[in-house]
Design a protein around this ligand. Structure first.
Ligand SMILES: Cc1ncc(C[n+]2csc(CCOP(=O)(O)OP(=O)(O)O)c2C)c(N)n1
Ligand SMILES: [Mg+2]
Length: 359
């Protein structure tokens, strides 16, 4: 008998819960000034989250998937992408859309249920939201194949949840990418829950990053609440994508509900959430910046005010939007069946949705 494979998975943290930075691991481009920018971006994502949740509760959004607690995973990975890299989300990456400069109004329209939402994402090299779990992964692998075939030099950064890593689509995609050495970076946003299914019921594997080993590609685990480590790991993967794919597992925590259709109190004791509060991704950056004299309460309240006014303005625009009922019939069939044509005609004639049709 002999060993034929000897694998390890490494875990990286750079900025700890108490705001202490491991300078030896800190990427040089993450200056203190950059850290202020990342802090602001995470704070903006959090402000939007609170607003969207409250709009949904008032019946002003159809549904919403909160990202509370996952801001460092989203902003850190987004910041590590290059302008022409392709971003493939599942359904929880509004923070990434925001950092990549999708319009806020367009994001709000998505959660208001309009087909016209997220139209601007082509210009930022992003894919649309994919609700069927892990179905974005084969698309991402295909997009990575296209990048390689066309020799663009771009990477494709795809997101999948801890739950999504149990799907065949996930394995097939990283396997395909491994064999063909595609520029695919897979971010596992491990928030410890797949609706009501906890991480320990998801897989007996000790880490989700080790799934990369089976595909013959590198996998790393990072503190997903540490924006510096998330950035560093993703940046390494993005740069390494010219030689092949990799997996970055970000260990974070879903502090809120799965979506507004869910009540976590039915299956998750509060004590579990409490235990993660000291690991908050914003808190540690603020502690670090405050210690360096770069942040204080005055700056915090000025920033919050500015963020709220930007958000309120975008919400107002989204609420004024008049949807075209034809939009929900388009882009499904090349030749629409008669029954749908009839429904479309009826919807238009009745001025379905807010009683108005845009011309
Ligand atoms: C193929 C498929 N099965 C089931 C569902 C219902 N569903 C929506 S999200 C979700 C859990 C996803 O968990 P995870 O991948 O960890 O992502 P998270 O929601 O935590 O971000 C499930 C089961 C779905 N959308 N698609
Ligand atoms: Mg999850």
């Amino acid at each position: 008998m002999k060993d034929v494979y000897d694998g390890t998975v490494r875990y990286m943290q750079i900025l700890d819960e108490n705001g202490n930075m491991d300078e030896s691991l800190r990427p040089k481009e993450i200056t203190d000034v950059k850290l202020v920018e990342l802090y602001k971006a995470m704070s903006f994502a959090r402000a939007l989250d609170a607003k969207a949740l409250s709009l949904q509760r008032q019946g002003r959004a159809v549904t919403y998937a909160p990202i509370l607690g996952e801001e460092a995973t989203q902003i850190g990975t987004a910041a590590a992408m290059r302008p022409n890299d392709v971003f493939v989300p599942n359904f929880r990456q509004h923070g990434v859309y925001l950092y990549r400069k999708a319009s806020l109004e367009s994001i709000m329209l998505y959660w208001r249920g309009y087909e016209e939402s997220l139209k601007d994402i082509k210009s930022i090299n992003a894919f649309p939201v994919a609700v069927p779990v892990s179905t974005q992964m084969p698309h991402a692998a295909g997009a990575a194949y296209a990048q390689k075939y066309k020799k663009t030099g771009n990477a494709v950064i795809a997101y999948v949840g801890d739950g999504g890593t149990s799907e065949g689509d996930f394995y097939e995609s990283i396997n395909f990418a491994g064999v063909l050495k595609l520029p695919l970076v897979t971010i596992i946003e491990n928030n410890q829950w797949a609706i009501s299914v906890p991480r320990e019921w998801q897989s007996a594997a000790q880490t989700l990053a080790q799934k990369a080993i089976a595909a013959g590609i590198p996998g790393i685990q990072v503190d997903g609440n540490d924006v510096v480590a998330v950035y560093a790991a993703t940046r390494d993967s993005v740069i390494g994508a010219k030689d092949g794919p990799s997996v970055v597992e970000c260990i974070t925590y879903r502090m809120s509900m799965h979506t507004t259709a869910d009540d976590p109190e039915k299956y998750r004791p509060d004590s579990l959430v409490e235990a993660w509060k000291p690991k908050d991704p914003l808190l540690r950056v603020r502690t670090y910046l405050a210690r360096k004299g770069l942040w204080d309460d005055k700056k915090e309240s000025a920033m919050s005010e500015e963020h709220l006014s930007i958000i309120d303005e975008a919400v107002a625009r989204a609420e004024e939007f008049k949807p075209d009922p034809r939009s929900m019939f388009e882009n499904v069939y090349s030749t629409m069946p008669q029954v749908l044509k009839d429904e479309e005609e009826e919807a238009v004639a009745e001025g379905f949705w807010q009683g108005e049709v845009s011309k």
